[in-house]
Design a protein around this ligand. Sequence first.
Ligand SMILES: [Zn+2]
Length: 323
Amino acid sequence: MILEGAKQAVSDAKSGAVKSAYLVTCPKTRALTGYAMSFLLNLFCETHSACGVCSGCKKVLSGSAADIHTIAPENGSIKIGQIRELGDFLAEKPFEAAHKAVVIFEADKMNTAAQNALLKPLEEPPENTVFMLLAGSDYGLLPTVISRCENIRLLPAAREHAKELLEKEGVSADRAELALALAQGYYEEAAVLAEDSDFFAMREQTFSLFFKMMAQKTYAVSAFVAFFEENKERTGEIIDILKLALMDTLKLQLAGGEARIANIDQREMLTRMADGFTTGAIYNMIEKLLEHEGRMAYNVNFILSCESMLFEILKEKYRWLMS
Ligand SMILES: [Zn+2]
């Protein structure tokens, strides 16, 4: 499920001849995770075909492969300690497979000390070890880190071509169109989204709660907070759904019927919002979502932060709403 042109690391994995380091950039998180998954499956699959059923594939899918080490930000950044901890893993020979892989999520969140610590293993990689750095962009990465990696950039695809590919993978025409619009044209992102029925169910619920909240005449937020709590591990996705909906609302205000929005199936409700609020109110609502997102990176009280975000959004609604 990867476009021609961005396939390099994955086809290297298929051939078993991988480079020592790849840097894959894309502003879409699911696209990056999907790419890394496809790479690891092909690399660790017993037949290098991402068959999904051999013991190598099963270990990758269950997250129990001893030869894969993953690193992700803790409290907002990747620190030198996390890179140093790699030492023992790198010193050993592969345990089960022919390769070892280090995957660094949100690599652009490595602080400078961590990046400097990573330079040595990137420069002199242990035999049969491959690094995969995933990042929204290479902004924030040291040129020395970037230059030691094969650079792969995932780009938006031509809409019709991407839709055709998704349909070939068995995705319905409607779902393909919506997934591509939500993914803003990034095929790899749309491919992961289209398969994620939980996401679409959660999105339905988010919209239903959100539109209800925008229509109500009180400050009641408990149902929405409970929903956030139930889906705590996917809270980032819920915030993204709301952000995208508000961005669409702004576009509808500016361009009306001509607006190219992401939530193509919600045009009617979003148009109603666009007509009901000032541009300033919508900007401020987006800001409240971003503030909540920022707080989440620092382990603040989850429920309290949700409550305050929704309350602040309602305050915007009442402050600007004329009727
Ligand atoms: Zn396999």
